[in-house]
Write a protein that binds this ligand. Structure first.
Ligand SMILES: Cc1cc2nc3c(=O)[nH]c(=O)nc-3n(C[C@H](O)[C@H](O)[C@H](O)COP(=O)(O)OP(=O)(O)OC[C@H]3O[C@@H](n4cnc5c(N)ncnc54)[C@H](O)[C@@H]3O)c2cc1C
Length: 364
């Protein structure tokens, strides 16, 4: 079994793997580029509001996420949806949809059976799960977790099979797992010594895979300023305009997410490439487009904007094939891939991917 595991990336997949490895007695060094752990799980608790800047919840049929929650002793914080009916804005009115139709309209890349089954989350937001891993591992004798530590390259060390992680921090490990985006993994491998043309060419394909960007704006209103019962999970926009694709009625969908007397709605945009590089007043745009659908009597009292450039991988057959080729080319070098950039979109896929890598490494 692996003795020292190096993990690049402190999102859910890297952290879930780190937790499992440490529980099994494996030494772990996890290096995260940004100033925080959690990656695409990012929850803000602010003045009684619980706001998701990243993912909102995981498919309700997931077994992997509740199992992780159990291992972290936070299973009692799991919550389901209060409302289940989704709607479509047809340009004039909101029309109720059958279960699964909203997920279909938004092209969610999850199993057909997961569409329409709803989602679950944690009382304090999805980041509760990555926070719990960090709490469990910080100070653990077998775990070194560092933020602000971008890995720029890997190198096979002269002695034995150790792999050197090179960047702002340096570490060596018996096995390295890249739990990053596809583009990041490709950049790291491009800059790395000791890999053949098979790794380089597969990495280029993985790095060039199509991704989607997302901008979300959560708006908080005084309840009396929204003249609509907000009875449902939200709506999808049949003909997206100004990039506006969907809205979640957060305070109707999950409890407790707002202080007394307030409601919160999350507006989803698909930005254009130009908008990603421009100063777009997203909060104002969100309030404006929402006002075309819902009768708003006053401006929002708070707004939280989150911008995710190229965050969501698109799982075409070509991307799956490139990932399979890259995984096969990396395995002899004791380098593995984990996470939803490689093994399926979403939270459940990220945790299952971490579990699969653990199994492959004999970590049980
Ligand atoms: C707006 C939004 C909404 C979403 N909603 C949902 C949802 O409702 N349900 C759902 O199931 N999924 C949703 N998702 C997707 C879900 O959040 C992701 O699939 C999942 O969190 C990915 O986890 P991960 O660990 O694989 O990757 P990430 O969370 O992307 O983590 C990768 C980590 O690697 C780090 N990294 C990158 N390069 C380096 C480097 N060189 N050195 C060190 N560290 C590096 C990054 O900083 C990052 O922290 C959403 C995503 C977004 C953006």
């Amino acid at each position: 079994m692996t003795r020292h595991l190096g993990i690049v990336g402190g999102g859910l997949s890297g952290l879930a793997l780190a937790h499992r490895a440490v529980q099994a007695g494996v030494r772990v060094t996890l290096l995260e580029a940004s100033e925080r752990f959690g990656g695409q799980l990012s929850s803000v608790r602010d003045d009684g509001f619980v706001v998701e800047l990243g993912a909102e919840g995981f498919v309700a049929r997931s077994e992997a996420v509740p199992a992780l929650a159990r291992a972290l002793a936070i299973e009692d914080q799991l919550i389901g949806q209060l409302a289940t009916t989704s709607h479509r804005w047809d340009g004039e009115k909101l029309v109720a949809l059958a279960p699964g139709e909203a997920a279909e309209a938004l092209s969610f890349q999850v199993a057909r059976a997961d569409k329409g089954s709803g989602i679950r989350t944690f009382m304090g937001g999805m980041q509760a799960v990555t926070d719990a891993v960090v709490r469990a591992l910080e100070g653990h004798v077998h775990a070194t977790l560092q933020t602000r530590s971008p890995v720029r390259a890997l190198a096979c060390a002269a002695s034995g099979s150790a792999v050197l992680l090179d960047g702002d921090a340096r570490a060596s490990a018996d096995v390295v797992v890249l739990a990053t985006s596809g583009a990041s993994a490709a950049r790291i491998l491009r800059a790395s010594a000791g890999f053949g043309s098979d790794v380089r060419s597969a990495a280029e394909h993985v790095g060039a895979a199509q991704t989607l960007s997302s901008v979300t704006v959560t708006l908080a209103f005084r309840a009396e300023d929204v003249a609509h019962p907000l009875d449902g999970t939200g709506f999808v926009v049949a003909e997206p305009f100004e990039g506006f694709r969907a809205c979640t009625f957060i305070s109707s969908k999950f409890s407790p997410r707002v202080p007394e007397g307030h409601v919160s709605l999350r507006v989803f945009f698909r930005p254009t490439a130009e908008e990603l590089h421009a100063e777009v007043p997203w909060a104002e745009r969100a309030a404006r487009v929402l006002g075309k659908v819902l009768p708003l009597r006053a401006a929002p009292v708070r707004a939280w904007v989150s911008i995710w450039p190229h965050a969501l991988p698109v799982f075409t057959p070509e991307h799956r094939e490139a990932v399979a080729k890259l995984s096969a080319a990396l395995a002899p070098h004791a380098v593995f891939l984990a996470g939803s950039a490689f093994h399926g979109s979403g939270i459940d896929a990220a945790v299952r991917s971490a579990n699969d890598v653990a199994e492959a490494l004999g970590i049980r």
